[in-house]
Each structure stands twice: as C-alpha cells, then as structure tokens.
Write a protein that binds this ligand. Structure first.
Ligand code: DP6
Length: 322
C-alpha cells in the first residue's frame, strides 16, 4: 500500500493550450506557487487478482471520464513498470472538486507519487513531474514544493517542472463558487486554440510574460511579479472569452474582486488578483502580508470564503509500500 499527499498550485503565468494533446506538451511554459492548503491524499494498492481498477473519490466509486482518466494514467504507469496488476485507488480531496481550485493538479500529483511507489518505479523529481504531467498538465508543478517553473519543452523528456527561487509569496483564495465548472479546462483549452482569434496572441504574450516573470523572480520584485500575474490572467481569460461557442469563467463577483485588488493597492497594500478556469479569485502578495490582505478583503466577500495560504510542500509519500 502506498500513500501520497499533494497540494494544489496556482499559476502566476498560466498554462493554457497544448502543442501535443496526447503527451500533454504545453504551447508555452508556466510558473506557479504550490500551496499549503487543500491537500489530496491518495492510496494505491495493487491487486493481482482483479480484472479492473477500482477507483474511489472520497469513498464514492468514480465513473465516466474521471474514472477513464485515472485508468489511462495507471496504464501508463503499468507500461513503465512492465506490470499488468490492477490497482485500488482511494483518493480524498479537501479542495472543492472542479471549482477551478486546481484539484486535478493535486490529484494527479498525488496519484503519480503513490502509483510510482506501488508499481516499484524509482523516479526522481523530474521523472515524477513528467509522469504527473501525463495525467493533467498543471499536476507536474504540484510535484514541486513552493514556486515551480514548468518548461514547455518539445517532447516528453523536456517538458517538466522544477523549483525556481524567488521571494516568499503567499495567497488569499476567495471562493466565489465552490460548484463544478460548466466547461472543463481540458475542453476549454482545446476550444480556445481551435476557435479563439486571440489564441495565437495569447501564446506569444504568455511566452514573453514567462521571460519577464523569471526576471522579476530573480530580482525578488513582488510588485513586478504581481503586476505580471494579474495581467497574464486577464490575457488568458480574454483569449478564452474569444472562443466560439464562448466560454466565460469570470462571474460578476470575480470581476469585482479584481477591482478590490486595485483598491487594496490604492491603500498601499501590494496585492494582485488572478483566476484559473473558474470564478474563484486568488490574491497574490508577499508571504508576510497574507493576513492583512485577507482581513482587508472582508468588505468584499464573506470571511468564511477567504482562505489564507502559503508555500506548501511538493507531492510526497507518507507511507511507502513494503
Ligand atoms: C487555468 O492542467 O487542468 O489552471 O492538462 O488538460 O488537465 P489539462 O489541464 P489543467 O489546466 C490548468 C489550467 C489553468 C492554468 C494553470 O494552472 O496553469
């Protein structure tokens, strides 16, 4: 029995668009902070006599696309390990699934670490990152603790995440809606690339943003990091909104929270907003300012919907197989 824990990550420069759908090679690189909240815990146990994988999400058997994605991922691990054993996967999430809070990232990062151990694969951090990427692109960054850069690469070997040094950052998550999103990021990403007239411009801009972000990290420039983060997120959402049929993840409350970030800055607080494929808004600031930023936002959203977060650990085993 192998048990692993992983945490979600929030991108400061977003991944949005695949160059290779099968291998999940992104069109551009991205950069993120792995958080210390909302862990996913996954147990993988091999069963030599079963003829199918058994997959439980919070104790409930998984079905449909979700189950198919896990089985396809386990097939990859089995191919690497030269094994035909089926597995029992028991995964517990403390993040609202499908709410744009990156649950697929913590989910596939924890599964990659637990499954690699269960099937006897000795993988280093880079290899685990490449493996997690095959489950969900952003999961490759949750293998890494703290701030991570995912090099887009051009093939399976060159597309991986690794740590990147920078200032201590924190985040405040504003939960606008904890329900599942209408269009998955996988589908929306594909639709953006195929139908949005802004997809090419987004990819060019994201590549340039990543270069600028690395410079801001090297300089320890929190304001520069924040400005790039907010602008990069809005550029991604602009490209998404240009899809046909259109997709719009930002709700009126989400937009108001971007205004709240501007208001905080007008009062001298360095806080910047970002949002993934959902209506929730995440504020980025210096780690030391997290509590002040959270308290300053209670005028905009209920206290119970604000979660303070800091840099968290990379995906790791908590119990190794015998
Ligand atoms: C908006 O990693 O969920 O959160 O690779 O298709 O599984 P797949 O997509 P996924 O997309 C994440 C999109 C994002 C931006 C980001 O995390 O960089």
């Amino acid at each position: 029995m192998s048990t692993a824990v992983a945490h979600p990550n929030i991108a400061l420069v977003k991944y949005w668009g695949k160059r290779d759908d099968a291998l999940i090679i992104p069109a551009t690189g991205s950069l993120s902070l792995t958080l210390d909240v909302f862990p996913t815990t996954t147990v993988v146990d091999l069963d030599g006599s079963a003829d199918a994988d058994e997959i439980l999400f919070d104790g409930v058997p998984a079905t449909g696309t979700a189950a198919a994605r896990i089985t396809a991922f386990l097939d990859l691990v089995r191919a690497l390990a030269g094994s035909s054993h089926r597995a029992r996967v028991d995964t517990r999430n403390s993040v609202p699934t499908g709410a744009g809070l990156a649950s697929s990232a913590s989910g596939f990062a924890a599964l990659a670490v637990a499954a690699a151990d269960a099937y006897g694969l000795a993988l280093d951090e880079r290899a685990l990152s490449r493996l997690a990427r095959r489950g969900s692109g952003s999961a490759c960054r949750s293998i890494i603790g703290g701030t991570a850069i995912w090099h887009a690469g051009t093939d399976d070997a060159t597309s991986f995440a690794e740590p990147i040094a920078g200032p201590d950052l924190g985040m405040v998550i504003a939960v606008v809606d904890a329900g599942a999103k209408a269009v998955s990021s996988r589908e929306a990403m594909r639709r953006t690339r195929e139908t949005s007239p802004y997809a090419d411009a987004w990819e060019r801009a994201a590549a340039a943003d990543l270069v600028a972000m690395q410079a801001a990290f090297a300089a320890g420039d929190v304001a520069g990091i924040g400005e790039l983060t907010e602008s990069n997120a809005l550029r991604m959402h602009a490209a998404i909104m240009g899809s046909r049929p259109p997709i719009r993840y930002l709700a009126p409350t989400s937009v108001a929270l971007f205004d709240a970030a501007a208001r905080l800055r007008a009062h001298g607080l360095e806080a910047y907003a970002t949002a993934d494929a959902g209506p929730n808004v995440v504020f980025v600031c210096a780690a030391a300012d997290v509590d002040i930023v959270r308290d300053a936002l209670t005028a905009d959203i209920a206290t119970g919907r604000l979660i303070a977060a800091h840099a968290g650990p990379g995906a790791h085993l908590v119990e190794a197989s015998a």
